[in-house]
Design a binder for this molecule. Structure first.
Ligand SMILES: [Mg+2]
Length: 232
C-alpha cells in the first residue's frame, strides 16, 4: 500500500522559540529609531505581536500584511516594503540560534526513508524562513509554504497542493500537525488522513472533525501509519 506523509512544521517537527516575536521586537526598535514609532510597555507589545502572529498563522493574512498592520498600529505608514524586507532578514538571521528539532525527529525521518515513504512539509508561512527552519531542524525534504502556493491551511486547497505534489490519492496522504483546527480539521475536510500531534497543552475541541490517530511524540507516528509500507 503506497502512501505519503505531510507534516506541519511549527510545534510539530520543530520549535522556533518565538523567533518571529523576536523579529517583530527588533523591527519595532528600528521603527522607533528611524520613524519615531511610539513603543508601549514590552508586555503590551508582546501581546500585540503574539495576537498578530496567531492570526497570521491561522490563515487570516500573509506575513507581509502582518508587518503592514504592525507598522500601522505604531503610526508608521511609509516604507512598508523596506520594513517587510528588514523583518524577513532579521527572522532568517535568527534561525540557527532559535530553531530546535522535536525529540525523535531524526530517527522518525530515517525510518520513514527506510520504509520508502515520501515526506514533505506543508506549512503556513513564507518560503525562505520555513525552508531554513525545517533544514535547521534536520528535515531536508520538500517544504511547501503557503506564500508560495497562495493559500494557507486550513483551506482545503492548501492540502490539495500537497496531494498533487505526492501524486497519490488524497486518502493515501497522511498529515501530521499540532493544531486541531488548522492541521487536523483542515486535512480531514480535504479528504486526507490526519494525525494530531498532541503537545499536551489543550483538549481536542469537541466540535472539530476527530483525528484518525493521536501521537504525543514523533516516533509514535511510525506506529500509527499503515504497516504495509515496510514492504512497499
Ligand atoms: Mg503547528
Amino acid at each position: 500500500m503506497r502512501f505519503a506523509v505531510g507534516f506541519d512544521f511549527d510545534h510539530t517537527l520543530g520549535v522556533d522559540n518565538k523567533l518571529e516575536r523576536v523579529a517583530f521586537l527588533r523591527l519595532l526598535e528600528r521603527l522607533a529609531t528611524f520613524e519615531g514609532a511610539q513603543v508601549r510597555e514590552q508586555s503590551e507589545e508582546i501581546a500585540h505581536i503574539d495576537e498578530l502572529l496567531v492570526a497570521q498563522r491561522s490563515g487570516a493574512f500573509p506575513i507581509d500584511e502582518a508587518v503592514h498592520r504592525f507598522m500601522q498600529a505604531h503610526g508608521v505608514d511609509a516604507g512598508a516594503a523596506r520594513y517587510v524586507e528588514y523583518y524577513k532578514s532579521v527572522a532568517l538571521s535568527l534561525v540557527d540560534e532559535l530553531v530546535e528539532a522535536r525529540p525523535g525527529l531524526e530517527a522518525m525521518l530515517e525510518e520513514l526513508h527506510r520504509r520508502g515513504v515520501p515526506c514533505a512539509v506543508l506549512t503556513n508561512g513564507w518560503s525562505p524562513l520555513q525552508q531554513r527552519k525545517a533544514a535547521r531542524a534536520g528535515f531536508l525534504g520538500p517544504v511547501i509554504a503557503s506564500d508560495e502556493i497562495g493559500v494557507q491551511k486550513p483551506d482545503p486547497r492548501a492540502f490539495e497542493r500537497l496531494v498533487e505534489f505526492f501524486g497519490y490519492g488524497r486518502a493515501a496522504v497522511w498529515y501530521v500537525g499540532d493544531n486541531p483546527a488548522v492541521d487536523v480539521a483542515g486535512a480531514r475536510t480535504a479528504g486526507l488522513q490526519a494525525i494530531w500531534f498532541d503537545e499536551g497543552l489543550l483538549e481536542y475541541p469537541a466540535d472539530l472533525p476527530r483525528p484518525d490517530a493521536v501521537v504525543r511524540t514523533l516516533p509514535e507516528v511510525l506506529d500509527v501509519l499503515p504497516g504495509a509500507a515496510a514492504v512497499s
